[in-house]
Design a protein around this ligand. Structure first.
Ligand code: 3HC
Length: 313
């Protein structure tokens, strides 16, 4: 009978040496549970995140813009699939994760509960939301759970394309008419603060960070990554010619970072709690898509059963 101690020790040594935990390795139940939580919610975020921009595919201003947006939204679906597959290596069931999402028992990123009111929002989501995703997810390429870290490497490469296409779209609009410049500024005003909220609550209110850092799941705290995102975005906003909606934004030479204003944590809590502008619509749309796809899943299951029976001869 193998006692737990040597297995626990091997797990801890693996984490301490910054090596990877793989699906067949022994792991504490708490590690498995938080990995399923984080990976599952990350996957949900990718799939729900297809909705806001998907609204603009049929209304893109040119064939080129439509093709770029189609490619981006399809990438997000692929990210969701990689991540659900990574969660399945931990024994999670994809259908069960989807049920938890539509029943509100698992979360997805707050940022996707805001409406996309103009085409400039597509550019701002690429620039700020995918930019925040890059800040948050590049460190996850070094996460201790192997399948998650490896999924992140490919996802981050695609996020870089997402961020660049958004920024280029905005650059083009800023060289356009006054109305286009106002459209961009309005989108920045609406998405700046919700983008900061993507990094999670402040460190002192983060219930998972300490343990996730100890297990090498997270490599930085929420506030550290939020600060990294602000420092990256301010010069980009200057180049773009937009104003970020925060009068407290100021370079602090002593800190070597930008100081910024207070985030509205009550707003984040409300949106996480299901009371954002689009929560009901986003989850209802996800549920309808899942229900509409039931016949495909049933057909695939029936086909697999028939093929298995034929193989048995
Ligand atoms: N939206 C929704 N829920 C959030 C949130 C947000 N912006 N920020 C935090 N939460 C939730 C957490 O999930 C946690 O709830 P739970 O315990 O029920 O899961 C609670 O609020 C407390 O937050 P913690 O800081 O303690 O939680 P974490 O340590 O898990 O940190 C996180 C939150 C930074 C989002 C972390 O889970 C993470 O890095 N996840 C992986 C990346 C990810 O999911 N990104 C989502 C962005 S979408 C995306 O990248 C798609 C791209 O195409 C744009």
């Amino acid at each position: 009978m193998t006692t737990i101690e040597p297995l626990q020790q091997h797990f801890e040594d693996t984490i301490a040496h910054e090596h990877r935990i793989e699906p067949r390795d022994w792991m504490p139940e708490g590690y498995r549970k938080t990995m399923i939580r984080q990976i599952g919610q990350h996957a949900h975020s990718e799939i729900i995140g297809m909705q806001p921009e998907g609204n603009w595919i049929t209304r893109a201003p040119s064939l080129r813009r439509k093709a770029i947006l189609l490619a981006k939204v399809q990438d997000e679906a692929g990210h969701g699939m990689y991540l659900y597959s990574a969660a399945e290596t931990l024994g999670a069931d994809r259908a069960d994760l989807t049920d938890k999402l539509v029943q509100g028992r698992q979360k997805y990123s707050s940022i996707f509960n805001y409406p996309t009111l103009s085409y400039a929002d597509v550019g701002v989501i690429g620039w700020l939301v995918d930019g925040a995703a890059i800040c948050n997810q590049v460190p996850l390429c070094r996460s201790s759970y192997g399948p998650y870290a490896r999924a992140m490497i490919r996802i981050c490469k695609e996020e870089s394309f997402h961020q660049r296409q958004g920024y280029e779209l905005l650059m083009t609009m800023m060289r356009g008419t006054d109305a286009q410049r106002q459209m961009v500024q309005s989108a920045v005003d609406r998405f700046w603060w919700p983008s900061l909220m993507m990094f999670g609550p402040p460190d002192e209110a983060s219930t998972n960070t300490e343990q996730s850092m100890a297990w090498g799941i997270k490599r930085h705290t929420n506030d550290e990554l939020r600060q990294r995102f602000v420092d990256m975005s301010v010069p980009q906003a200057d180049k773009l010619g937009v104003t970020l909606p925060d009068t407290a934004l100021k370079w602090n030479a002593e800190r070597g970072h930008y100081d910024f204003g207070a985030v509205d944590w009550d707003e984040l809590a409300a949106v996480i709690g299901g009371n954002g502008p689009c929560n009901i619509q986003r989850v209802a749309h996800r549920k309808a898509a899942h229900d509409d796809g039931a016949w495909v899943r049933e057909a695939a299951t029936a086909h697999a059963a028939k093929a298995a029976k034929a193989a048995q001869g």
